[in-house]
Design a protein around this ligand. Structure first.
Ligand code: GUN
Length: 294
């Protein structure tokens, strides 16, 4: 069994990015600039956004954090999105989700200029991704692809079972791994809460991508020997022995599954750090015009 070390991989990619920034600034370009909008005080969102901003600093990007009160109106938030769309000094921006219940996430997502949508959530980017055109890929699926690429895990002709059909993880990773590309060319089954016999699917899988948001949901009996496990879950479970009162666990029962796996991503330190790095890679592409030429 080999642990996939997302933290180490993310660090290596950050060093590559920092070098790229150094070279580009020496050549007279301004550094990439990411803006993040954080509405309200959802604790996980605060942690994620803080990580994103800190990661920008580590690689020499400029970053701007716009913190807004949970009571902000839809109109005011739409105004901020429009301003960011038009700000030539900002290469890309994100609006951290989930938004408070009174706000319309769909309208906000649609208002973001696809050329600045470094989250890859806009339907233009999702559609381009599905057709294999240049697009910003959403960060978690892009991070998974990069892990698979760098660990040289074969996907062509393999049986992949994705558990969870969210717009930001399950659905896009299922499309990406079935594309005619490398990584890709897999036979992909997308399972979800209405799947009749989930274990019958996961037991056939060469690669399982677990993205359900349910702690320890995938157990040892549900997978075959030699399986590759990509655990996307970041679940907080109560733990009185920890200073914070909780610990993070994935969607996979690590102790039960790891002995059968050929490769497995731990939580924390697996997919999570790769997700942040993907956002940085997208922001670099926004700065250079690699996806949408300037
Ligand atoms: N909430 C959870 N993951 C993400 C993400 O990748 N981007 C944004 N904007 N919100 C999120």
């Amino acid at each position: 069994m080999q642990r996939i070390d997302g933290k180490q991989l993310a660090q290596a990619i950050k060093e590559e990015l920092a070098e790229q920034v150094r070279q580009r600034t020496q050549a007279g370009h301004r550094p990439p600039h990411l803006a993040a909008v954080l509405v309200g005080d959802d604790p996980p969102s605060q942690v994620y956004v803080r990580n994103k901003v800190r990661s920008c600093e580590q690689v020499g990007f400029q970053s701007t954090l716009l913190r807004k009160d949970a009571g902000i109106s839809q109109e005011e938030l739409m105004g901020i999105v429009r301003q960011l769309n038009e700000d030539d000094g900002v290469d890309g921006f994100i609006v951290q989700l989930p938004l408070p219940a009174h706000l319309n996430e769909e309208e906000i997502t649609l208002a973001i200029d696809p050329r600045k949508d470094v989250d890859g959530f806009h339907p233009v980017n999702v559609g381009r991704m599905a057709q294999g055109l240049p697009a910003y890929l959403s960060a978690t699926p892009a991070g998974i692809l990069e892990m698979i690429r760098r660990y040289q895990i074969p996907t062509s002709g393999k049986e992949v079972v994705v558990v969870g059909r969210s717009n930001i993880v399950g659905t896009p990773i299922s499309i990406l791994l079935s594309r005619k590309a490398d990584p890709g060319n897999a036979t992909v089954t997308l399972c979800h809460s209405r799947t009749a016999d989930l274990a019958a699917h996961t037991r056939r899988a060469d690669i399982v991508v677990a993205a359900t948001g349910r702690p320890g949901f995938i157990t040892g009996e549900m997978v075959k020997e030699g399986v590759v496990i990509i655990d996307v879950g970041i679940n907080r479970v109560e733990d009185a022995s920890r200073k914070k009162g909780y610990r993070l666990v994935g969607d996979v029962d690590f102790e039960g599954v790891a002995p059968k796996a050929s490769y497995i991503t731990p939580v924390p330190g697996g997919v999570g750090p790769m997700t942040v790095v993907s956002l940085l890679l997208n922001t670099m592409k926004a700065n250079t015009g690699a996806i949408y030429p300037k």
